[in-house]
Design a protein around this ligand. Structure first.
Ligand SMILES: [Fe+2]
Ligand SMILES: [Fe+2]
Length: 261
């Protein structure tokens, strides 16, 4: 099965990049399933029903959400009414679910889970990501699944690579998101799990992770700065990875698929 996992889609430029690339990629790469992180989908801050409907119309099947999903007032509605997960390592009273099993039209089943990292993520509610994954994988019925995809939404490369090695041979793929900067370390780990530290982002290429860079310069130089605005000038970039699965515990291949528009 061919699964495309798209990095954080950022605002209107990000949605535009998905619109201009995904329909063609779906055919070219013979994609069975497309997953995208949508924590920055609506003007960089969370997602809205309208922006989710829009990217699903371009061919995204399933959505994941990192630490910024809570920035939109629509989070509760979205997490209850769309094919989307938030981080697994939250207490039970937080809206939404931390993992889901996608039932595909040809009966294949794919489990997707997201965890939030610890270092540099300003979220005091999230619990230990590895322990949350332990609890999930202990209960998983491997026989009934065709693939397991784990997204590690975190800042620290060390946490991500360590999680990849920890889950090697237990899941199909461990992919990183959140930094918005793609890494070049995609590989199949020794026991068969596909891995990349960070997929990257989708949006305006020459921006501070989606924000106009002069605003972030002011933030870095002064203790006061204007509100973040989305950068909408210049080329767009789409970062994603293609995972060719080989059951719920290993992958055949992982490759970076990036487009500059
Ligand atoms: Fe993000
Ligand atoms: Fe994030």
């Amino acid at each position: 099965m061919n699964i495309l996992f798209i990095g954080d889609v950022c605002g209107k430029p990000g949605r535009e990049a998905v619109k201009r690339t995904l329909p063609q990629l779906r055919k070219q790469l013979e994609l069975d399933l497309v997953i995208a992180d949508v924590e920055n989908l609506a003007h960089g801050r969370g997602a809205s029903p309208g922006t989710i409907d829009e990217i699903m119309s371009y061919g995204v099947d399933f959505l994941t959400a990192g630490n910024h999903i809570w920035r939109s007032n629509d989070f509760e509605y979205i997490l209850g009414n769309y094919p989307i997960i938030r981080a697994l390592n939250y207490p039970d009273d937080i809206p939404g679910k931390g993992f889901d099993i996608i039932e595909m039209s040809d009966q294949r089943r794919v489990l997707v889970a997201t965890v939030l990292g610890k270092f540099g993520i300003n979220d005091s509610v999230a619990t230990n990501p590895l322990r949350a994954l332990d609890d999930l994988l202990e209960k998983v019925d491997y026989e009934s699944l065709d693939a397991i995809i784990v997204e590690y939404h975190g800042e620290a490369t060390s946490e991500k690579v360590t999680t990849g090695l920890y889950l090697d041979g237990m899941v199909t793929a461990v992919v990183g998101t959140h930094t918005h900067v793609a890494t070049a370390d995609e590989r199949i780990l020794p026991n068969g799990t596909a891995y990349i530290t960070d997929i990257g982002m989708v949006g305006t290429m020459n921006s501070s992770l989606w924000v106009k860079s002069d605003i972030v310069v002011q933030q870095m130089k002064y203790p006061y700065s204007p509100r973040y605005e989305i950068e909408d000038k210049g080329p767009l970039k789409l970062d994603s990875v293609l995972i060719r699965t080989d059951g719920p515990k290993k992958a055949e291949k992982i490759s970076r698929i990036s487009k500059i528009l």
